[in-house]
Design a protein around this ligand. Structure first.
Ligand SMILES: [Fe+2]
Ligand SMILES: [Fe+2]
Length: 222
């Protein structure tokens, strides 16, 4: 079930953990049947790195927002990018990460495919139709829609951005955008932090970016 999105940035009402994300991996096994259903889709566009790390961030955000439907957030973030596994792989980098990349047709296509995958894998695992539609509503437009529709949608969007602040995300995403790590870190601070919808996500991003800049020596390697 979704909850209305309060004015942004949404303040946290629970604990905010800003330690390195590797300290708190997603440990519960309840979503393992879903993971197993999307192994082939996890092999594209480093989804097998992006999705587990983003899930760990999503769970931290749910701890900071105990009012949110945590299962909905967790399932939506797990599945949100699986659609990349069913689009033309050659177009992912050429169209999905250059020019007006958020409006590229390939982006809409990965969202549409992700919705189909959610409708395919969730019902056989016992998820009811209303839950599946809530998941689909978040996946649909997760990159191309401007506004978050609910608190749960906002937490998924923030988790989808937060993984980039960890050094693993910087290593992968800087290459996708053809940037060196220092330039990419600058971009995270200038463009991605202002997009975050929750105060908890801003705190996590800021702490991660400080650690990643130090680790990757971005003050001298530029
Ligand atoms: Fe996406
Ligand atoms: Fe994503």
């Amino acid at each position: 079930m979704t909850h209305p999105l309060p004015p942004v940035p949404v303040p946290a009402s629970g604990p905010v953990d800003v330690s390195p994300i590797s300290m708190t991996p997603s440990a519960d096994t309840d979503l393992d049947p879903i993971w197993k259903s999307v192994v082939p889709e996890s092999r594209t566009r480093s989804n097998d790195i992006h999705l587990p790390i983003s899930l760990a961030y999503a769970e931290r955000l749910c701890a900071a927002h105990p009012d949110a439907d945590a299962l909905l957030v967790r399932v939506a973030i797990l599945l949100h990018d699986t659609g990349w596994g069913r689009v033309d792989e050659d177009r992912i980098i050429s169209e999905g990460f250059s020019g007006d990349w958020r409006r590229a047709e390939i982006r809409f296509e990965h969202e549409r495919q992700g919705c189909l995958i959610a409708r395919e894998v969730l019902p056989p695992l016992g998820f009811d139709p209303a839950f599946v539609e809530d998941v689909v509503a978040i996946i649909d437009g997760h990159d191309t829609r401007k506004e978050a529709k609910s608190l749960e949608d906002a937490l998924v969007r923030d988790a989808d951005r937060l993984w980039r602040f960890d050094h693993a995300g910087i290593a992968l995403a800087s290459g996708w955008f053809g940037m060196d790590p220092a330039t990419y870190c600058d971009r995270l601070a200038a463009e991605i932090v202002p997009e975050l919808l929750t105060e908890a996500a801003v705190a996590m991003a800021t702490a991660d970016l400080e650690r990643s800049n130090a680790l990757l020596k971005t003050t001298v390697l530029r």
